[in-house]
Design a protein around this ligand. Sequence first.
Ligand code: GCW
Length: 644
Amino acid sequence: HAEDGSQLWLRYTRVPANEAALRTVACRVNDPVAYMAVEELQHYWRRGDVTLVIDKSWSGQQTGGYAIQSRRNKTVISAGSSAGLLYGAYHLLRLQQLQTDIQGLNIVEKPSYALRMLNHWDNLDGTVERGYAGHSLWKWSELPQKISPRYREYARANASVGINAVVLNNVNAAPLILRSDYLGKVKALADIFRPYGIKVFLSINFSSPKLLGQLRDSDPFNPEVVKWWEKKAAEIYGLIPDFGGFLVKANSEGQPGPQDYGRTHAEGANMLASALKPFRGLVMWRAFVYNPSAEDRAKQAYQEFVPLDGKFSDNVIVQIKNGPIDFQPREPFNPLFGAMPKTNQMVEFQITQEYLGFSNHLVYLAPLFKETLDAQTYTRPLHATVAGITQHGPYPQLSAIAGVANIGADRNWCGHHFAQANWYAFGRLAWNAALSSSSIAKEWLSATFSPDPDLVDPLSDLMIASREAAVNYMMPLGLHHLFAFEHHYGPEPWGDMPGGRPDWMPWYYHNADSIAVGFDRTSSGSNAVAQYHSPLREQFANIATCPESYLLWFHRVPWTYRMKNGRSLWDNLCYSYQQGVDQVRHFQQVWDSVEGKIDAQRFKGVQSKLKVQARDAVWWRDACLLYFQTFAKMPLPADLERPV
Ligand code: GCW
């Protein structure tokens, strides 16, 4: 087998027929998902008899919980649903792969979230917005007649980590996706995903009634529009009875929405929600809204959505990016979390590395995801972390979490072998938000490369450090949005465009001049701190108690300001950038030290990507420091490496 990475973490070896004959996999449940569980075990499980049973007393019925127990001579997987049996089967195979002892197993697993979703930003022309692993996996022009074998492999990989919902198309949605011929293509994919326990959702364009249905407008209060959506919903469910629902980006970055007709987000969302309700469909309504105005961009989603709390139907979930700006290397959590107690909220992470070096940089994202999930909002006495808020909303059976997919048509699926770990980690955290970043990294490394501790230990350390390294060489100390215009790959802190939107310009965020740098979000500035609940509000507002990792996010700070280590802000900035560069160079050494422990093909692939990353880290350091030096007018610390 060529070691091109196409097998992902699913490197089970097939049990030979003579060995398979010595053990039984027994299951009386007769549906395609349970059948899939049996098939996977029959093909790959080599450690004795297994029985799979449905146990109706199991409480995690809706969402796929399961138990695994060792009994006398066999292993029993019990679950409330066939999906649970399938997840139990993958759990067993994972234990086998990690060479874990299977005597005396007594495992009970319940997912943290009912819906564990990937959002594909895939366009119908085959391109992917912010996709760095080639073209879209979906071959719209070939569907539904021609079915790529990769659709099944994709579904299997998702199921193996518990992902059970996928949005197929970009949130910047083409109306065409709802045309009948496209729905036939969507049905073909839904049919392939179903035995893996995966539901299909679609992003919709709010103007579809007008653009596709030739109606006069798409006003949610127009009865013709309401009827159009009801008919469309019936058509979809006629083809796909378990269709999940709609994801909507409305009145955001030029997309149409209810505000075009003077209606609110809630009025728009509820109109769609009632069209889907008879079929138990859901609406995921995004809160990523901001306009070029005098108001701080970081405050706008909260301002628009908090007044709508309690106005959304019970089958609407408000989908909120982890931070208040936009998937930056580091952001504080979005203050909307916990600020709408009567509304179901879900978090949207970005697995694809739009702002993290595309598929060139090794940046393991579990620590970033955990930072948000574990963040304490203080908005209520219990379950007040972001994970708690999103798991224990007013309708907990609708709890959900989404990640913007990093998957494309590349042989290794994600462009960088280590980007596969981000897909994996998202799935594992969606299943169990309490898992640690390092246990997930170890699991993934063992399954993907080898369980050899001489490989797993150094590489998991490397993975854990990689996110902080990226913050250091790109945007330390709370800096944000210094990216090059449009493509967001390299640095362009000086970027400016006469007449361009200020909220897309780096200076809007860094505010550097000869005295200071940073965004004043305290009461002397935009007062975004007030959107956080006490005591965070006070903690962030006070420069002495604000975590230094968020310093320039919340404060405009003099270059000469003394930081906790006694050095000036300027010196700290210099050393942080240098540290990022040093960290990547260290990653290169660590990687070189595992040569021979893994196949040459993947070894070389990652080695050459690390070279690019090291070069880029130097580029970031030099670009940002030389630019900021034109304001600070202070020398680089004497022991700092000179710019190249
Ligand atoms: O960060 C921005 C991206 C856009 C994206 C948008 C969004 C899908 O640059 O490419 O559009 O966020 O999340 O809607």
